[in-house]
Design a protein around this ligand. Structure first.
Ligand code: ADP
Length: 490
């Protein structure tokens, strides 16, 4: 069957629904913003700690140097160094740049200009530092906002305790964390924009198969049911969606095809007897001379009218059955008894064709069935077997239980059915036409009924057949657990 395929073109031509695409993109951007902000914050905090530790180490060095150069002499603290020695002179000059030395009462012994610019310490601070007996490191801001790290602590000399503080201007390193934060804050919107663009593109690509399915579904009509979408081959959910869509189209196409064939077959079936009736009446009109001629023509026409009536009635019933309008009145029945009753109806016909009609039934095979429909099922299978089997043949009905199933078999040694017809044998109006005698022509709806009845009872019907050897129709129904004695008899 010819199939048209909608490939990537359709996907490229249209755009996926903007709502979902926008939402996906915004989710990407939001997620990235959260991740980037937390990375930035953690990184900043780690840098602050590292820089602070580095400053502390530098201050440690300065504090030890202080101890080397500020010594007590004659109950006083003096700077002891060799002014001629350039390194010593430089170190002491560095130490005294931001330096404060007070007595325990806060009286200034020495204060550099550098220190006065960051404000001298209050007496309370001096007292509390001296009381703690330990050095402390604090941050101070200069007049122009520059940051100083100040190490302060008790300083013993000449039998007295002084308060000493040395400061160090925070260098470039101290500003690294805030610089990093600033760079991060500026670059984040740019990165988020880039991620947004990428996300927009990626979600557009990811959603395009959805759009293809939607666009294809919109174009579906009775005329192009052969439409299939090209698989992505990724095996993901979207690929599965396409596969599901294709599966749906296949079923729709099959159903449409079945309907089309059915209406063609139905009109053909109805037209044939109508044409025959018309022909018979026209011939009678032109050629009949006597009352007997007219009677014969009317009798022939009536035969076809009856056939028409049978077809219409069967069609109506089948349509009702398939539309779920036939309600089953389920009761436990002994299948062997139903079979025996139906077989009795065919005895005369079988006898006239010298057919042997046998029933083999195991005891107590009970199923929950609608008696009328089950009689109709057996009737259709038996009438086919008796009708198609040649004179002197054999028709056997076997009823047995297999596990949880009740099995009804109608077997004959008639002409059999060729393999190519077997898949269609239960379709409406399907008939194996070869060599069929007009007299045995059926409507072609019998097996369609059998199929529907078996399914309506939760069972199924199958056929095994070999041309020249015979056919076996097998109906399997869910067996009823009730014992034979309790089932309704007769
Ligand atoms: P029909 O009214 O033509 O019998 P069915 O639906 O009952 O319609 O059967 C469909 C076709 O299956 C028949 O036309 C016949 O060719 C074939 N068929 C059914 N039962 C038998 C059988 N027991 N032996 C051979 N052919 C059969």
């Amino acid at each position: 069957m010819a199939q048209s395929t909608v490939g990537g073109d359709l996907g490229r031509a249209g755009r996926p629904a903007p709502g979902l695409r926008t939402r996906l993109t915004l989710s990407y951007v939001l997620l990235f913003a959260i991740v980037m902000a937390s990375i930035g914050f953690t990184f900043h905090q780690a840098l602050v700690v590292i820089v602070h530790q580095q400053a502390e180490r530098l201050l440690d060095g300065e504090w030890s140097a202080l101890k080397g150069f500020l010594r007590s002499r004659d109950a006083e603290l003096v700077w002891a160094y060799d002014p001629e020695h350039p390194e010593e002179a430089f170190t002491v000059e560095q130490l005294r740049r931001v330096f404060l030395l007070t007595t325990a009462d806060g009286e200034v012994v020495e204060m550099s200009n550098g220190y006065s610019s960051i404000g001298r310490e209050s007496v309370q601070t001096i007292r509390s530092v001296l009381q703690s007996g330990r050095t402390a490191t604090v941050k101070r801001r200069g007049a122009r906002g520059e940051v100083y790290m100040v190490r302060m602590g008790p300083y013993g000399g000449g039998g007295k305790t002084y308060f000493a503080a040395i400061g160090m201007k925070a260098g470039e390193t101290e500003r690294i964390p805030s610089r990093m934060l600033a760079v991060y804050a500026v670059s984040m919107p740019v990165m988020l924009l880039a991620i947004g663009i990428l996300g927009w593109y990626a979600s557009g690509r990811a959603l395009s198969p959805l759009h293809r399915v939607a666009a294809a579904a919109q174009t579906v009509s009775g005329g192009n049911l052969s439409l299939r979408l090209e698989r992505l081959g990724t095996g993901d959910e979207l690929d599965e969606l396409i596969q599901t869509f294709n599966g749906m189209m296949e079923r729709l196409e099959a159903n449409f095809e079945q309907m089309r064939r059915f209406s063609m077959d139905a009109s053909h079936e109805l037209r044939t007897p109508l044409t025959a009736i018309r022909g018979q009446l026209e011939v009678a009109q032109l050629t009949a001379r006597t009352t007997d001629d007219f009677r014969r023509a009317i009798a022939m026409a009536l035969e076809d009218v009856e056939r028409l009536g049978r077809i219409v009635q069967s069609l109506l019933q089948l349509a009702q059955a398939e539309a779920g309008q036939i309600r089953l009145n389920l009761e436990p029945e002994m299948l062997a008894e139903v079979a025996a009753r139906q077989m009795a109806r065919f005895e005369a016909l079988a006898e006239s064709k010298r057919l042997s009609l046998e029933l083999e039934a195991s005891d107590g095979c009970v199923a929950l069935v609608d008696r009328l429909q089950m009689e109709r099922l057996m009737d259709n299978l038996l009438s086919n077997a008796v009708k198609y089997t040649q004179e002197g043949g054999r028709v056997a009905v076997r009823i047995r239980r297999e596990d949880n199933e009740a099995v009804i078999e109608v077997a004959d040694n008639g002409p059999g059915i060729a393999a190519q017809h077997l898949p269609h044998i239960f379709d409406k109006f399907y008939r194996v036409r070869e060599g069929e005698k007009t007299a045995s022509r059926g409507v072609g709806l019998g097996l369609a009924f059998v199929h529907w009845i078996a399914r309506a009872h939760g069972g199924r019907v199958t056929v095994e057949s070999k041309p020249g050897k015979g056919s076996t129709f097998r109906v399997r129904l869910p067996a009823h657990p009730e014992k034979s004695g309790e089932a309704r008899a007769g």
